[in-house]
Design a protein around this ligand. Structure first.
Ligand SMILES: C[S@@+](CC[C@H](N)C(=O)[O-])C[C@H]1O[C@@H](n2cnc3c(N)ncnc32)[C@H](O)[C@@H]1O
Length: 512
């Protein structure tokens, strides 16, 4: 750990994740479903952006200007490289929160996001962050914050403790962080196997250690090995944020608020009987044994009338990005619920052409079906939360984002030739990222080079893999021969051509 890192792991870099919750557009539907006004977002800030994929996606594909910091210079350097490539509206620095938050040259922000930060920093840093949000989040602005939650972490918190202690006491720094992580996971597994009384009290504990051992060591180092690690109850979080004058608005993922897929009727009735909305959130975390929360908070949340809500809905446009027949008829969280076919089938029928559809147009198309406006809004929100639908930006925002996204995608596709760490491409249409694995990115790169046949994409991908000495793994088995690899790549390329290519074109991921 370095002097500048304030107890935070800095000798191993973080993963290249993309988090859609950090997209201000993502807040629109959960806020509307909560009956709250949605602010326009012109300025946004991400604190502790890691490798900076999310902030770069949003600075390239969305309309807002973004400011952000991460004190790990290796992270910031990578993030700045992406920003230079895209020409996005990004101001990225490697300042510690204490330095960044004290700056006097920053604008007010309509959106501030922190993902994977709060639980892993000291109380001093938390006070700095809260004070920053108090001073810098504009009235009406949205805060996105995620954090490790109690009671969900209470049974497994000792795993984290012994792993961090093992790394601190037993391992030599010269071993490198990946080895230290592996050693402490191994030690913890062996220790807990012998702790019969622990297993009696927490029967799932060994399963939990197994799950941990399968995770990326770069992720584990940042999740488990910092000096600071403080999961909190929802009500404690509320106390922390109170001085920033923000109030809880909704979960960042609507499905975390959609009671039928979380709670049975008895549980729902129990929660409904709690008159205090904030205490009900704490109680809900107990019912779900919640371990991680991803929430939106608003400074000065304003309830809107049904007329205002309908106006806001009418301004929205959607596009179906899953195959019509691949949309699941049920949602599975804690419980499985079937979507009502009489409601969601007619909505999907209208969206099945993968064109852009305004909500008002969808409502018109449903006239006489008996489907109400509220039902339409709920289906759209659910399909958006499941990733089947995207919100489509206005034409001006798409036009401005187009060259930036093209440039960023070109760069990401080149990076992916040698390294499959980044599993997303950027869409000017949705203003966010779209999941896209290494092989599909190689097919897209082949396509952008003018190759139009699946067999050519398969050949191109095989060449790239060969240059890295890599082979495909199919159903857990490494494919050893060229013929087997090419056959599998051909199968994947055919599937891409059949199922994804047209949708990628509509999302403008292909650069043509
Ligand atoms: C768990 S990572 C999350 C990164 C990113 N938000 C994501 O979810 O991909 C936490 C990040 O916060 C940064 N960080 C931690 N403490 C910080 C501080 N005091 N000032 C600035 N950055 C900090 C770390 O360098 C690290 O990249």
């Amino acid at each position: 750990m370095s002097v500048w890192s304030d107890g935070y792991v800095s000798d191993i870099n973080y993963t290249y994740g993309y988090y859609a919750e950090l997209d201000p557009q993502r807040a629109v539907l959960p806020l509307l479903m909560a009956g709250l006004a949605v602010p326009p977002v012109r300025t946004a800030c991400e604190l502790g952006f890691g490798q900076g994929l999310s902030i770069n996606v949003h600075g390239a594909a969305g309309p807002a200007g973004w400011w952000g910091t991460d004190f790990n210079p290796a992270h910031t350097s990578f993030a700045q490289e992406l920003a230079t490539q895209s020409g996005g509206q990004l101001h990225l620095v490697d300042q510690a929160f204490s330095e960044f938050c004290a700056r006097e040259d920053l604008p007010g922000f309509d959106f501030i996001g922190l993902h994977g930060i709060w639980s892993w920093v000291s109380d001093d840093n938390r006070r700095i962050l809260v004070d920053f949000i108090r001073r810098k989040l504009n009235v009406g602005g949205v805060l996105y914050i995620s954090y490790n939650t109690l009671p969900g972490w209470s049974a497994a918190a000792p795993i984290r403790h012994v792993m961090a202690e093992h790394a601190h006491v037993m391992s030599a720094p010269g071993q490198g962080m990946v080895q230290r992580v592996k050693d402490s996971v191994h030690f913890t597994r062996e220790l807990l196997k012998l702790s019969h009384s622990y297993q009696r009290q927490v029967p799932s504990i060994l399963e939990r250690v197994e799950q941990v051992s399968g995770q990326n060591p770069h992720y584990l180092a940042h999740e488990y090995f910092n000096r600071d690690w403080h999961p909190v109850y929802f009500s404690e979080m509320q106390d922390w944020l109170e001085p920033a004058k923000v109030s809880f608005a909704c979960s960042a993922n609507y499905l975390d608020d959609f009671a039928p897929c979380l709670l049975d009727e008895q549980q729902q009735a129990f929660l409904a009987a709690i008159p205090d909305a904030a205490f009900a959130q704490t109680a809900k975390d107990y019912l779900l044994n919640k371990q991680f929360r991803t929430d939106y908070w608003v400074k000065g949340a304003r309830r809107i009338s049904s007329v205002q809500a309908e106006k806001a809905w009418n301004a929205l446009r959607f596009m179906l990005i899953s195959r019509r027949d691949a949309v699941q008829p049920s949602i599975r969280r804690q419980r499985e619920v079937n979507l009502v076919p009489e409601i969601y089938q007619p909505v999907l029928d209208l969206l099945a052409d993968h064109e852009v559809h305004a909500v008002a147009q969808l409502a018109e198309g449903l006239a006489g079906s008996g489907i109400t406006r509220a039902q339409l809004h709920e289906v759209l929100t659910i399909l958006h939360a499941t990733g089947d639908l995207v919100l489509v930006q206005d034409a001006d925002s798409i036009a401005q984002a187009r060259p930036r996204c093209e440039a960023l995608n070109r760069h990401l596709l080149q990076l992916n030739r040698v390294n499959g760490d980044i599993r997303h491409l950027v869409s000017p249409v949705s203003g966010g990222a779209v999941a896209c694995d290494r092989i599909v990115q190689l097919f897209v790169l082949a396509y952008t080079k003018g190759l139009r046949e699946p067999a050519q994409w398969a050949g191109f991908a095989w060449e790239a893999l060969q240059m890295q000495g890599q082979c495909l793994v199919h159903e857990g088995k490494t494919l050893e021969t060229e013929a087997d690899n090419l056959a599998e790549l051909q199968r994947l390329a055919d599937a891409f051509a059949l199922h994804q290519l047209a949708i990628f074109r509509r999302l403008e991921l292909l650069g043509d």
